[in-house]
Ligand binder design. Structure first.
Ligand SMILES: Nc1ncnc2c1ncn2[C@@H]1O[C@H](COP(=O)(O)OP(=O)(O)OP(=O)(O)O)[C@@H](O)[C@H]1O
Ligand SMILES: [Mg+2]
Length: 397
């Protein structure tokens, strides 16, 4: 099955060039071309493409407005925005309109096809959610807004390396940037997340396993909201029991992806069968470890493990508390065979004070070394890295 693409750009030779690049890919076909926003909507309705490549500056109706309509009306179609503007404000508006990816001209052919594949992959995964939403609608229920949630998992087979600290603080940072975030504590051995937010322990994931049916309403009863806006699903009162029925996590993520933009999952250092569903649906698996030699070795082993399993997720090594400040990023990246997502500095006093007060570091000490390093990473995660290259050479713009 090929990915069916609709190209929208008012300049004909740009459309031709995009078409040429996509035709080089075996798994893609161009099903139509439109030169303005209104035509884009009309052709999306007629052709039902999987992905629309959308220019922003278009006559009659601009690309962002057309994206908004397409994403609201045609839920099986994903949009990749192509723009000459790389400013955060534009990216934010495009994402708010529902675009799945944002490419700034100039970009490479590889970046283009990867963006198309990612958006396609996500819309495919959303189909199960959509089918369920249709069923709910047919049954008279209200349909929820589809938010295309991204699932980020915090893993690492060494204990106490900072997985929970990072997941909790990243969630807060994203919420502060107006993202709809849900944090899931999947550490069924103890569930530390409530400590980081000064919350009581209470019903959560392990108790959900006993519900007869898992749907949005049932789940809502288990979520608690922190003042920052983060919705939290605690590990629950049945911690210590590691059995979750097959399919439960998949269903949970489907529901969460329907209402949240980011779902962050804090894992323990060990793996249980139900996590297979987490890994296979994750957009990113963040492998957390220390920067000392045994820590680095463990990160490498964990990365190799996930690689062998063949999950589609991005694998992102993250070093928390490097051995010494002068960690040579280049050498480490070469040894791990991947780019590091982030290197977070040791900041014991800040982390300890925040934890003992039950306040996320991000709120307790916004300007701390730890907070600043995490902010740099979240900017990259949310802003979608923008690279230059191909188009500049081609069109000189
Ligand atoms: N960058 C840092 N600098 C100093 N202390 C840190 C840092 N990151 C985390 N810590 C501290 O390390 C301890 C362990 O962190 P955390 O509970 O997040 O690890 P974990 O990987 O989730 O552990 P587990 O495997 O038990 O779930 C906490 O006391 C936390 O405050
Ligand atoms: Mg933990």
């Amino acid at each position: 099955m090929k990915i069916r693409v609709l190209i929208v750009d008012d300049i004909q030779h740009v459309r031709e060039e995009l078409k040429r690049l996509l035709l080089l890919e075996d798994d893609m076909e161009v099903v139509g071309e439109a030169a303005d926003g209104e035509e884009a909507i009309r052709l999306t309705e007629k052709l039902a493409p999987d992905v629309v490549l959308m220019d922003v500056g278009l006559p009659r109706m601009d690309g962002l407005e057309a994206t908004e309509t397409i994403c609201a009306r045609f839920l099986k179609t994903g949009v990749v925005i192509i723009s000459i503007h790389g400013e955060q404000e534009y990216i934010r508006r495009a994402m708010a309109a529902g675009a799945g990816e944002y490419l700034v001209k100039p970009f490479t052919a590889e970046e283009l096809v990867e963006a198309v594949r990612r958006v396609w992959d996500r819309t495919q995964r959303l189909q199960t959610v959509l089918v369920h939403a249709e069923e709910e609608k047919a049954a008279g229920g209200e349909r929820r807004e589809v938010a295309e949630g991204k699932v980020l998992v915090f893993a690492g087979s060494k204990g106490g390396v900072g997985k929970s600290t990072i997941a909790c603080n990243l969630a807060v940072l994203m919420a502060l940037r107006s993202k709809k975030v849900c944090l899931v504590d999947m550490d069924l051995s103890g569930g530390d997340v409530p400590f980081f937010f000064n919350l009581e322990r209470g019903p959560g994931l392990s108790d959900l396993a006993y519900e007869e049916e898992l749907n949005a309403e049932v789940l809502e009863g288990y979520l608690v909201r922190h003042a920052s806006g983060v919705a939290i699903l605690r590990a629950g009162e049945s911690v210590g029991e590691f059995y979750l029925p097959p399919g439960m996590i998949k269903r949970l993520l489907e529901i969460l992806c329907n209402s949240f933009q980011y779902i962050l999952i804090d894992l323990p250092a060990f793996i249980i069968p139900a996590m297979e569903e987490v890994f296979s649906l994750a957009d990113k698996i963040v492998v957390v470890g220390r920067g000392d030699p045994p820590g680095l070795r463990r990160i490498k082993l964990d990365l190799d493990f996930f690689q062998r399993q063949g999950y589609q997720s991005d694998l992102l090594p993250l070093i928390n508390q490097p051995y010494e400040d002068g960690l040579d990023r280049g050498v480490v990246e070469k040894a791990l065979g991947r780019k590091l997502a982030a290197v977070l500095p040791p900041d014991p006093r800040t982390c300890h004070t925040a934890l003992s007060r039950g306040k996320p570091v991000i709120l307790e000490a916004r300007g701390s070394r730890f907070s600043r390093a995490l902010e740099d990473w979240v900017n990259a995660l949310i802003g979608e890295e923008v690279k230059k290259g191909f188009w500049a050479r081609l069109f000189g713009r």
